[in-house]
Design a binder for this molecule. Structure first.
Ligand SMILES: [Ca+2]
Ligand SMILES: [Ca+2]
Ligand SMILES: [Ca+2]
Ligand SMILES: [Ca+2]
Length: 466
């Protein structure tokens, strides 16, 4: 698209701009789920179907090594995908394949893990850097520095001559997509369309804020390259779904989310808020992004969403900590969340037509799942009993009284662990009785006795209702 043409469109859009940028977007309805529980950092997630993948620092002593992990929403099981001390970033997933960038060979390479066959494959064997993968079916694209790409700077930003490469995992053949001598970033693929940000028209500046990159597209079916968005502004982190492309654009002197429709060749400004809106992801009619409007500067980012069908902007997260948008698939939105003092992966399931996926699944609960729930409830009761025992141990009371109470609680726990809930309830009844007697004899403070009895009764109800 010519710059003049672009400017006319920009002007036209600014006249038509709808007031989506006010600070008061409705809060989205649905369920929020915490996906990771580990105290180390988990970040940069991606989702396809029931599988969420991310970068994970739990096996590293510091930040010198990461692993790729996955969580299966259908089984509730977490999987460790990689198992060596090297850095691995930017996992993406399509179907049963996960791709990421990996420096285990002393330079960056692309690796793929197949969930169906549990096999890992090294895709690039070149001493230069390959990174930033994107996957669609069997087609894998990445950024490749073999023709003069400099090293990545501290911000993981490329200098020199970088190219977009495409590799077909089923035919094991690849092609070089771009051939000009400029830097490129952020490749993404959907069907036959590959998009990226290209530095060929701009100054070779490497700061995220002042870099002038433009949006280009290559169509594998026609072998045609197209310039989509140009002009003196930074266009970054694009995503593509069917015929729509979204990206962040700083032409308004702050970053906003824009959308380009390949069918109508029109551009739409999605946000006009003066704060920064970053890192959009697209699925069907929904765009999500990281939005800084609720904080001062860089604190308190939140996840926002825009629905192109209903022209509604929604706020997904309201926690006053940091949330950074990662990905969307169907009615599931995933992001990196710092509310627990370390990074975790969270998911929001949008309530679409009355029911969320979780609610539908709950209705289809099988006998097997009910058995699992009973097992879980039993485990919870045991945990609660152990907590009560620890509490009694921490009290200032005579050792013989403490031992007697602990012994009674031990029998309750043993019965419960053996699956004999009736006996467990009888034993817990004796325990309560014992506390009452000790209180009457002055062997235990009234305040302590009241607390122990109320806890024991609460656990008794838990066991009874399991
Ligand atoms: Ca390499
Ligand atoms: Ca903005
Ligand atoms: Ca927040
Ligand atoms: Ca964590």
């Amino acid at each position: 698209m010519k710059i003049k043409h672009m400017l006319i469109i920009c002007f036209f859009i600014s006249l038509l701009l709808i007031s989506t940028g006010t600070a008061t977007a409705a809060v989205a309805e649905g369920n929020e789920t915490k996906i990771t529980a580990d105290e180390a950092d988990q970040s940069n997630s991606a989702i396809f179907g029931d599988i969420i993948v991310w970068e994970d620092y739990r096996n590293a002593d510091g930040y010198e090594s990461t692993d790729i992990y996955a969580y299966d929403l259908s089984t509730g099981k977490e999987m460790r995908i990689t198992n060596n001390t090297s850095l691995k970033y930017s996992p993406v997933i399509y179907g049963d394949k996960i791709a990421w960038e990996d420096n285990r060979n002393g330079n960056w390479d692309i690796y793929v893990y197949n969930l169906s066959t549990s096999t890992e494959t090294r895709i690039t064997r070149n001493e230069f850097d390959q990174y930033a993968p994107s996957l669609y079916e069997d087609k894998l694209v990445w950024l490749d520095g073999r023709h003069g790409g400099g090293s990545l700077d501290a911000d993981h930003w490329p200098e020199g001559n970088w190219d977009v490469f495409m590799y077909n995992l089923s035919t094991s053949t690849g092609i070089r997509i771009t051939k000009n001598e400029s830097w490129k970033t952020f490749p993404a693929i959907y069907e036959d369309k590959i998009i990226w940000v290209d530095g060929r028209n701009g100054e070779p500046l490497y700061s995220h804020q002042i870099v002038d990159g433009d949006l280009y597209m290559y169509d594998l079916s026609t072998a045609q390259e197209t310039s989509l968005v140009s002009g003196v502004s930074s266009d970054a982190r694009p995503d593509i779904y069917k015929d729509r492309i979204v990206w962040e654009d700083d032409r308004n002197r702050n970053s906003d989310i824009y959308m380009y429709d390949l069918v109508t060749s029109t551009e739409v400004q999605i946000t006009d808020n003066e704060a920064e809106q970053w890192r959009p992801a697209l699925y069907e009619d929904r765009i999500i992004w990281t939005d800084y409007r609720n904080g001062n500067g860089w604190d308190n980012p939140d996840i926002y969403m825009y629905n192109l069908s209903t022209s509604e902007e929604m706020q997904i997260t309201t926690s006053e900590s940091e949330q950074w948008a990662d990905d969307i698939f169907g009615d599931r939105v995933v992001w990196t969340d710092n509310r627990n003092g370390n990074n975790d992966i969270y998911m929001f399931t949008l309530r679409a037509s009355g029911e969320t996926i979780e609610e539908k699944a709950a209705k289809k609960e099988t006998v097997e799942e009910k058995t699992d729930k009973k097992e879980l409830s039993k485990m919870n009761s045991v945990e609660e009993l152990k907590k009560l025992k620890a509490h009694v141990n921490s009290l200032d009371m005579e050792p013989s009284a403490k031992n007697l109470l602990n012994a009674k609680l031990r029998y309750t726990i043993k019965s419960l662990e053996a699956g004999d809930t009736d006996t467990a309830m009888v034993k817990l009844g004796f325990y309560i009785e014992c506390v009452l007697i000790m209180e009457a004899e002055g062997r235990i403070e009234s305040e302590d006795a009241d607390y122990i009895i109320s806890e024991a009764k609460r656990i008794f109800d838990m066991i009874e209702s399991s």
